[in-house]
Design a binder for this molecule. Structure first.
Ligand code: AMP
Ligand code: ZN
Length: 672
């Protein structure tokens, strides 16, 4: 009909007035939620909104799904349709300690092949995650995370959230997805519960569940009553930005609430400072957070790192508190390690904790057991911290085992019945029967063949247990006595695997003395100590005859190690075994080439960065081969730093401060 309806006395059509009102309201809203500016009073805002509502009602032909009136709600959804996410919504891996966080950085730097120094730190909002799609600057749909692949479409409810922009400003891409967390602030949660209690209804448990519940209300005007907010934390899709920071800064300019708490950091120290700051401040925040999210900032590096089955490799969350569950303590068993050390293990009623089923927890040692004061049948609190094996934190006083069921630490070895011994000053108990106790004997042989020791291919831990049970081997020397005819009749021992095993055993005779020494599994003699002893004494003979004073002269060797070495060599069974190994042709002397020169003797050298000619490990070996010591971090004791590409600025600064020279890889090789 083309009729022009005049609106008021102003020369404006109804359609034009509707458009004008919508634009004004969008603008006021944007100023209020994104620029922290009130351009008009709440009363005036409500007047304009009411006018718009009335006009839209009278003229449904001008309906617009992005209209500010959508925030009031009113539509009713019976079933929320399930929609598939264009890009999967992943979980995040958790860390609970600075060490774990540092390990994450090391892991991804290894994949990346260089150090990474550009990260963002963000708060981890505890609410409901949401994916929103914007087309031509308008909110098209909002879908919950669901199982990560698909979720529920809750657009009508999300439109009622005041700080979710329905219409964008500025230079936004024609289509993109954005992700955020919808939260219910603590004050709003409290008020909601007060109302519910007053109405005789049950209180809601926590803001997080209430936020996700609010998204699934059938009547959107009810959702509109709840003071929900959305914090946005990521864009998804193929977008032209080079960093995460840049993309979120852009999103902020289009009208999204990007938390000001987000920060860019360039070192591990800065990350820790951020974590500490928010760990202290979080009680004062008006909403709940359950940790910090750290992300690699560079989008190219993000794509290189990619995803695991569950989560991105380029991001991690740092949780303030480990998750805790309660479950029944069924009994305690005691494991005997290769050195005879006893580890008490709690056997639990299986329970789900941080995504995995937990059946056992470490009890560490007798002191720990005494401290926990547990009884069999107690319901205990289990927590997963940094360790792979969860820890028992305490018991539920309301749900205890019987009085007579207190746990008593064992006095005798569970495997060989020999009495246990506790060396003064050590926390662990040991089974003293180290020449006959089966788990010790098996464990020692398993250690001997392991990769860091003799690295014998073709023989695994299970095979060793099998050979031991069959009576074929009692100690490591017996490995060199086994014959093909003895092995072939055994289960799972085909000709080929027998040949592999024997070839591996034969080849191990060429391993250097330091590895043989480490392989013996002498208590407290780890890889580094073994190397140092091999280098210093040059032979098993010299080492076995060294006095306490001579041993103490060696760097890093203290009284604990000296006592352990003396006890080891004092045993005639050990002496006989070493004699046997010597007769079989194992190296009992340090090769001359194990020490290429002594040019670096007395020098402590730190290796940092990425190198061209040698790998880091080769470089470290070269230092040791030439008599030097590899330092793990820069200190006043450092003689110099071999600095490769992308050495961290913090390290550089430290070296400068302590006046420690940096030497290039080439110059280092020239010195040699
Ligand atoms: P989780 O559910 O513990 O695996 O953690 C992943 C979830 O953390 C995501 O799905 C988001 O809902 C939520 N989250 C909260 N804040 C952030 C943030 N700043 N960056 C990424 N994810 C966040
Ligand atoms: Zn024993």
């Amino acid at each position: 009909m083309g009729k022009t309806v005049l609106y008021n006395l102003v020369n404006m059509t109804i359609e034009e007035r509707i458009e004008q009102l919508r634009n004004q309201l969008h603008q006021y809203n944007h100023a209020y939620y994104n620029e922290d500016r009130s351009e008009i009073s709440d009363f005036e805002f409500d007047q304009l909104l009411k006018e718009l509502q009335a006009l839209e009602k009278a003229h449904p032909e001008y309906q617009d799904p992005s209209s500010p009136t959508q925030r009031v709600g009113g539509s009713v959804t019976k079933n929320f349709p399930t929609l598939v996410h264009a890009e999967r919504m992943y979980s995040l891996d958790n860390t609970y300690s600075p060490e774990e966080l540092e390990n994450w950085i090391k892991r991804i730097e290894k994949i990346h092949g260089a150090s990474i120094q550009d990260f963002t730190c963000e708060l981890k909002f505890d609410g409901a995650s949401i994916n929103m799609t914007y087309v031509n600057g308008r909110l098209q749909k909002a879908v919950t995370r669901g199982d990560g692949t698909q979720g529920d479409e809750v657009t009508a409810n999300v439109k009622t959230i005041k700080n979710v922009p329905l219409k964008l400003q500025g230079d936004y891409p024609p289509q993109f997805d954005i992700r955020g967390e919808i939260i219910l602030p603590l004050e709003g949660f409290k008020q909601l519960n007060e109302k519910r209690l007053a109405a005789g209804e049950e209180a809601y448990r926590n803001p997080r569940n209430t936020a996700s519940g609010s998204l699934k209300l059938q009547d959107s005007s009810e959702t509109a009553q709840r003071p929900l907010q959305c914090f946005f934390y990521a864009l998804a899709g193929d977008l032209p930005y080079t960093t995460h920071w840049e993309s979120l800064t852009k999103a902020r300019s289009w009208g999204f609430t990007i938390p000001e708490s987000m920060q860019q950091v360039s070192s591990f120290e800065q990350m820790l400072a951020y974590i500490k700051h928010w760990g202290e401040q979080r009680e004062a925040l008006p909403f709940e957070i359950d940790g910090i999210v750290i992300k690699v900032n560079d989008i190219n590096i993000q794509s290189q790192l990619g995803f695991t089955a569950k989560s991105p490799r380029w991001a991690i969350s740092y949780k303030f508190k480990a998750e805790q569950v309660s479950t029944r303590l069924n009994d305690v068993s005691y494991q005997v390690g290769r050195t005879g050390a006893i580890t008490p293990v709690a056997n639990l009623e299986p329970v789900l904790l941080s995504g995995t089923i937990v059946k056992r927890a470490s009890l560490h040692n007798a002191d720990q057991i005494e401290k926990l004061n547990l009884r069999i049948g107690d319901h205990v609190y289990v927590e997963k911290g940094g360790e792979i094996i969860p820890k028992i934190m305490g018991f539920d006083p309301e749900n205890r085992g019987e009085l007579g069921a207190s746990i008593r630490y064992i006095t005798h070895c569970p495997d060989c019945a020999a009495p246990l011994e506790r060396i003064p000053g050590e926390a662990q108990h040991y089974c003293v029967n180290d020449t006959q106790c089966p788990p010790q004997l098996i464990g020692k042989i398993q250690h001997f063949v392991s990769r860091k020791a003799m690295d014998i291919d073709g023989i695994g831990g299970e095979t060793i247990a099998l050979l031991f049970q069959q009576g074929l081997i009692q100690n490591i020397a017996d490995l060199y006595r086994t014959e093909k005819e003895q092995l072939l009749p055994l289960e799972r021992m085909a000709e080929k695997s027998v040949n592999n095993l024997l070839a591996g055993v034969e080849a191990s005779k060429k391993q250097p003395f330091a590895k043989v020494l480490f392989g013996l599994g002498i208590r407290h003699v780890g890889e580094t100590v073994a190397k140092r002893l091999a280098q210093h004494f040059g032979s098993m003979m010299a080492l076995s005859q060294a006095t306490q004073e001579e041993l103490l002269e060696v760097e890093d060797i203290g009284e604990k190690i000296v006592a352990s070495l003396h006890a080891y060599f004092a045993s005639s069974a050990h002496q006989k075994m070493i004699q046997d190994l010597t007769n079989f042709g194992l190296s009992m002397e340090a090769q001359v080439q194990e020490q290429a020169s002594n040019k670096l003797t007395g020098k402590t050298i730190v290796v940092s960065g990425v190198f061209e000619k040698l790998s880091r490990n080769e470089l470290k070996k070269t230092i040791e081969d030439n008599g030097g010591k590899v330092g793990s971090s820069i200190s006043s004791k450092t003689t110099f730093v071999v600095a490769g590409a992308s050495m961290g600025p913090a390290k550089k600064e430290k070296a400068d401060r302590l006046n420690i020279p940096l030497i290039s890889e080439d110059d280092f090789l020239k010195i040699l």
